[in-house]
Design a protein around this ligand. Sequence first.
Ligand SMILES: NC(=O)c1ccc[n+]([C@@H]2O[C@H](COP(=O)([O-])OP(=O)(O)OC[C@H]3O[C@@H](n4cnc5c(N)ncnc54)[C@H](O)[C@@H]3O)[C@@H](O)[C@H]2O)c1
Length: 248
Amino acid sequence: MFFNLNGKRALVTGAASGIGLAVARRFEAAGANVIYTDLPDAAPDGVTEDAYRQLDVTDQVALQRLAAEIEGSKLDILVSNAGIALEEGVLAQSDVEAVRKIVEVNLIGGMLVMKHLAPQVRDGGSIICTASAAAALAMPEFGAYAASKSGVTGLVRVGAVELGARGVRVNAVCPGTIETPMTDASSNEGKFTKQVCALNRIGRTSDLVGLYHFLASDESAYLTGQSLYVDGGLSAGYPQHMIDAVMS
Ligand SMILES: NC(=O)c1ccc[n+]([C@@H]2O[C@H](COP(=O)([O-])OP(=O)(O)OC[C@H]3O[C@@H](n4cnc5c(N)ncnc54)[C@H](O)[C@@H]3O)[C@@H](O)[C@H]2O)c1
């Protein structure tokens, strides 16, 4: 089987919902033994309590505890995916509490996952971080979110050069607008994406899991430090129908 994950051990943060849950399930389907982690006390539907650990990625004590538990058996695959989006307002009127919270979870949380769990990834393993198309594409009222996800792409490059000597690869997936509990198709963002991206539709988690699977597998053994956009062409440019609409 290509992209075989048989016998590999994976850990996914933010795995109770949306992209993280879909990625964790895909890894299991490909043969991996997956540790699901997220904020709720109980495992999500269909996941055994054995396979689940409660984890807030901003909580260093909890991360240290989890690292100690993993020590010895190590991870082959680490997915740093937990993240939030909150209403921020335009920069001139930004809600500073929301800004701090977004940066705390998306960027500092991502750094803490690297600090405590990257050492638990065995030599030759793969780390995948969920960034966002917002790292490259500006949208009004997404200042902290865009900055936090740009930060994640920087973190990935630094991780790649620091961990490359151990053969550990670090890459980011940058999703466009994906239908999950965070973003629904009928929201303004959903409707807007449908209009402006080349493929004319909002994305689904099933559009993303193949890339995470590839990055987790040994088939991507020479790929590191990259941020890969899965956004239906959102960051590629303007489709003809948008140009026609603006010019008419
Ligand atoms: N849905 C989109 O359109 C989209 C687009 C680009 C990037 N992303 C990113 O994808 C990732 C997953 O988002 P999603 O769309 O699946 O949303 P989601 O809300 O379905 O899932 C996010 C998960 O992260 C968890 N989480 C939040 N704060 C946490 C914390 N402090 N510690 C641990 N877990 C925490 C939540 O409990 C939730 O289960 C996020 O990083 C998000 O920023 C999403």
